[in-house]
Design a protein around this ligand. Structure first.
Ligand SMILES: [Mg+2]
Length: 367
């Protein structure tokens, strides 16, 4: 089996409403979609959702990286994923979102070749994945209203964006817990927005609201700060922006800097590397979350299959496709039923129909 052709598309998608976190506001995302075709009439879909803030990538850098990577993969076996990823890493360092697009497409091919849903051949640990939905930063009152709307839709877990002002952040969480009652899981994410001192103050104040975990309270490079916050926080601390690669995960373990880690395909370079992070964390007794960064249904399907496969991925924040107004797929993926992503019997990622009109003509074709 060989890779015969790789098509690269761009897809600009608008958010349903402006989405704000401590680092800024987004109104749209411009992602890169790839289709890897093989000589077996099987093809795989992949997606890159670049974030300048998190990995330094943009739509342009992803296309530039793919310009270098794709020609080297033509003729290679799509099932030798470990070897294909090694080729990508030899061609260019970094550029994890660009590499994730190819890695995801190769895993889609793997599942379709085996004629099985991808999660089943990657480990098949669970058959459905509970996801939260994220409440972007707004006034505490507006966030409580949005929490109510999410609960009415059936969500059982909410991720609350904070990291602006400690008193206001505490109020956000107090009001959301009031609306949610006791049975809803609440997580918070400061996206590096607090200083260590602010984080300790905020976390000690919000712990009474039964908060499951707090993501990236302080800047990513402040490992000492993370350690200090972890030591003094009644709420478990999860690394997000501080962990990109398996080596980052090992460093955080060695430093004892966090209690948990958030894996994202766009930070680490795809499913293969994500599994390695989950393994490092598991060996250290740290549970993982799988998160997202503005992926559409293709990237979300890949992350959900990984979450289904791997025991140590115990939490999921896989909601970006539903926050986007524009949709790439019209059928398939891993549909959301209330708060749960339920796998279909579709092979690979389970993507059935892609809106080719929306996607338009490929920007590049390598063969
Ligand atoms: Mg986060």
């Amino acid at each position: 089996m060989g890779i015969q052709q790789i098509e690269v598309y761009t897809a600009a998608m608008r958010y349903e409403e402006p989405f704000t976190i401590a680092a800024g506001t987004s109104t749209k995302t411009c992602n890169v979609i790839v289709r890897v075709l093989t000589d077996y009439e099987i093809y795989g879909w992949g997606e890159a959702s670049p974030s300048k803030r998190v990995t330094g990538e943009t739509t342009e850098t992803v296309i530039e990286a793919l310009d270098k990577i794709c020609p080297k993969l033509i003729g290679k076996c799509p099932l030798r994923i470990e070897s294909d990823v090694e080729i990508m890493d030899q061609v260019i360092s970094g550029n994890p979102a660009a590499k994730a697009a190819i890695d995801i497409a190769l895993h889609d091919v793997l599942g379709k070749t085996a004629r099985k849903p991808l999660f089943r051949i990657l480990g098949g640990y669970r058959t459905e994945v509970l996801t939260d939905i994220t409440l972007g930063i707004k006034s505490p009152k507006e966030m409580a209203q949005n929490a109510k709307k999410a609960l009415d839709k059936g969500f059982k877990a909410l991720k609350i964006k904070v990291g602006v002002d400690v008193d206001e952040d505490v109020e956000r969480i107090r009001l959301v817990r009031e609306v949610a009652g006791n049975d809803i899981q609440l997580r918070v994410d400061a996206n590096q927005g607090w200083t260590p001192k602010q984080a300790m103050e905020a976390l000690n104040k919000i712990s009474r609201y039964n908060i499951q975990l707090a993501e990236q309270p302080v800047p990513s490079e402040d490992i000492e700060g993370l350690k200090n916050v972890k030591k003094n926080s009644p709420v478990p601390i999860m690394a997000d922006e501080s962990v990109h690669t398996p080596a980052d995960a090992l460093r955080l373990v060695r430093e004892g800097a966090v209690d948990m880690m958030n894996i994202k395909l766009m930070k680490c370079g795809g499913i293969l590397k994500a599994k390695k992070i989950a393994a490092v964390a598991e060996a250290a007794g740290m549970p993982c979350m799988i998160g997202c960064m503005s992926e559409s249904s293709i990237g979300i399907a890949a992350a959900t299959h990984l979450a289904g496969a791997v025991k140590n991925i115990q939490y999921a924040d896989l909601d970006s496709d539903i926050l986007l107004k524009d949709k790439i797929t019209t059928e398939g993926g891993v549909p959301l039923v209330n708060s749960v992503r339920k796998f279909t019997n579709g092979h690979g990622l389970g993507i059935e129909t892609v809106d080719t009109e929306f996607l338009g003509k490929p920007l590049r074709i390598y063969k």
